[in-house]
Design a protein around this ligand. Structure first.
Ligand SMILES: Cc1cc2nc3c(=O)[nH]c(=O)nc-3n(C[C@H](O)[C@H](O)[C@H](O)COP(=O)(O)OP(=O)(O)OC[C@H]3O[C@@H](n4cnc5c(N)ncnc54)[C@H](O)[C@@H]3O)c2cc1C
Length: 474
């Protein structure tokens, strides 16, 4: 690897002669690919824009104070510490050059160029506001630890401010929580806010009664959990109603501001909901790297920004470039963790076969292990092959499966402990919310272009800012 400002052409292998595998992303696809290459005679460079591996399915539990961020986001470096052929590099990949076979990453003004022989791109997807990015300021999504902590601050903060408010209209606005998107994330989030208001906080305030909080789950689609089918979706909807969550379907969000949302119902009526806390759990957009790959390889890019891959998860004309997980499209596979995990492992196996001189493997085959979503403590829905069921057994299964995929023994132990506190008791151990979490991002974003520049590579370098050390880090 070289560091800024020079770019180097790719050699065929490292000085030691081992093929170089560069992996972009430390999520499900990237991490599981790296681990699968543990015994391979290669040099792996895993580049991630965060220093942790994030278990996204439990983000909503960080946002609602059940788990701490460390439990669902262990350091990638720690996970791979015993894997000697793997090196972890912090940086945001800004450029992939398929012709030169290089990947460029940048962090705080320092740019690095990584040549590769084999490339696995697993940069995932971000939130989509369907062309209304200005909604993000008032309705954060749930894609990162930053998002979850900001939401935690906003949710607990709303109750604090309601306790101080004197006018009923203001109390009502502060105690109204709107979750946009009735997929698994929205359902889980709405269910947890309801439990927070009705169980955890019920005795904590003197001027307000948290049990009167209004929790609204809305979606433009006509059903809850559409991917689970009508029966389980209907069951989830009834249960949410029983928990006091107002489910509003056929309701399209047309505007969001500081004080609430504007909704257009399926009958064309436009109305407003006053709500201090809005949470966006609708829509994803693939990493912009997918478009780059599409433009250079001629592969199609769909409306969600995903690049179409060949049946072996590579790009046309580039058998050395594997794209896995949420940023690729193939056979209408869903954007779920198992597609990314199995794709990452398949790509790693393909690399091992090629290096061993073996013929290429069969096309990628996704084994659907089913899907699950929790609604409240003791209740979930599960869609596993022919079996579609809900209730307590589904919930226990959900706990076990999620525990299995949390990385690290310590995290598993503390997660079980925190689940006991929250599900058997009424407590939530992670209620801390700092001003930085609530206001930090908004303040930084108000800095405008300077902040954007620092996020992706620091202030523009002036001639005197060049890397004077002449150091090359690989
Ligand atoms: C709130 C939420 C709940 C979910 N619940 C479930 C669930 O219950 N079950 C389920 O199966 N799936 C669930 N999913 C979906 C699942 O998490 C994704 O399908 C899965 O994470 C995709 O894996 P991936 O490797 O493609 O991307 P990710 O896991 O998102 O990983 C992408 C990685 O790439 C890094 N990255 C991105 N851009 C760059 C860049 N330019 N340079 C360097 N690094 C970069 C990111 O930091 C990240 O480490 C959920 C998702 C969310 C957001």
């Amino acid at each position: 690897m070289t560091t800024s400002p020079a770019r180097v052409p790719a050699d065929s292998a490292t000085p030691g002669g081992r093929p170089r595998v560069v992996i972009v992303g430390s999520g499900f696809g990237g991490l599981f690919a790296a681990q699968r290459l543990r015994r391979a005679d290669v040099d792996i460079t895993l580049i991630g824009k965060t220093s942790h591996h994030l278990f996204q399915p439990l983000l909503y539990q960080v946002a609602t104070g059940i788990l701490s961020e460390g439990e669902i986001a262990p350091a990638t470096r720690e996970i791979l510490r015993r894997q000697e052929n793997a090196r972890v590099v912090l940086g945001e990949v800004t450029d992939i050059d398929l012709a030169a076979r290089t990947v460029t990453s940048t962090v705080l003004g320092r740019t690095s160029v990584h040549p590769y022989d084999e490339l696995i791109v697993a940069a995932g997807a971000g939130q989509s506001y369907f062309g209304n990015d200005r909604f993000a300021e008032f309705a954060p999504g749930m894609k990162s630890i930053d998002d979850a902590l900001e939401l935690r601050g906003r949710i607990f903060g709303a109750f604090e401010l309601a306790e101080l408010a004197t006018e009923q209209a203001e109390i009502d606005r502060l105690m109204t929580f709107v979750v946009v998107g009735a997929g698994p994330t929205g359902v889980e989030m709405a269910g947890q806010i309801a439990e927070l208001a009705h169980r955890t906080l019920k005795k904590d305030f003197r001027n307000i009664d948290p049990r009167t909080a209004r929790i609204i789950l809305l979606d433009a689609a006509p059903m809850v959990l559409p991917s689970f089918g009508e029966r389980l979706g209907g069951r989830a909807r009834r249960q949410l109603n029983d928990m006091g969550v107002e489910v509003q379907l056929g309701a399209m969000v047309t505007d969001v501001d500081e004080n609430g949302l504007e909704i257009k119902d399926s009958d064309g009526e436009v109305r407003r909901i006053n709500a201090a806390t809005k949470i966006w759990a609708a829509g994803v957009q693939a990493s912009p790297l997918a478009r780059q790959l599409g433009e250079q390889s001629g592969a199609e890019v769909d409306r969600a920004g995903r690049v179409a891959v060949l049946p072996d998860l590579t790009l046309p004309g580039h058998p050395e470039v594997h794209v896995v997980g949420d940023m690729m499209s193939l056979d209408k596979l869903p954007g779920v963790a198992q597609v990314a995990i199995q794709g990452g492992r398949y790509a790693a196996d393909a690399i091992k076969r090629r290096l061993a001189g073996k013929p290429a493997a069969e096309p990628f085959h996704y084994f659907d292990k089913g899907s699950m979503a929790t609604i409240s403590r003791f209740s979930a829905v599960a869609d596993i092959g022919k079996f579609k069921f809900g209730g307590f057994i589904a919930w226990v299964l959900w706990l076990v499966v999620h525990l299995m995929y949390i990385v690290g023994f310590k995290s598993r132990v503390t997660t079980v402990f925190h689940w006991l506190i929250s599900f058997l008791g009424r407590g939530r151990s992670q209620r801390v919310a700092t001003q930085q979490q609530v206001f930090g991002r908004l303040a930084l974003e108000n800095l405008g272009p300077d902040f954007e520049a620092s996020k992706t590579g620091g202030p523009k370098a002036s001639p005197g800012d060049e890397d004077l050390t002449g150091r090359e880090s690989a």
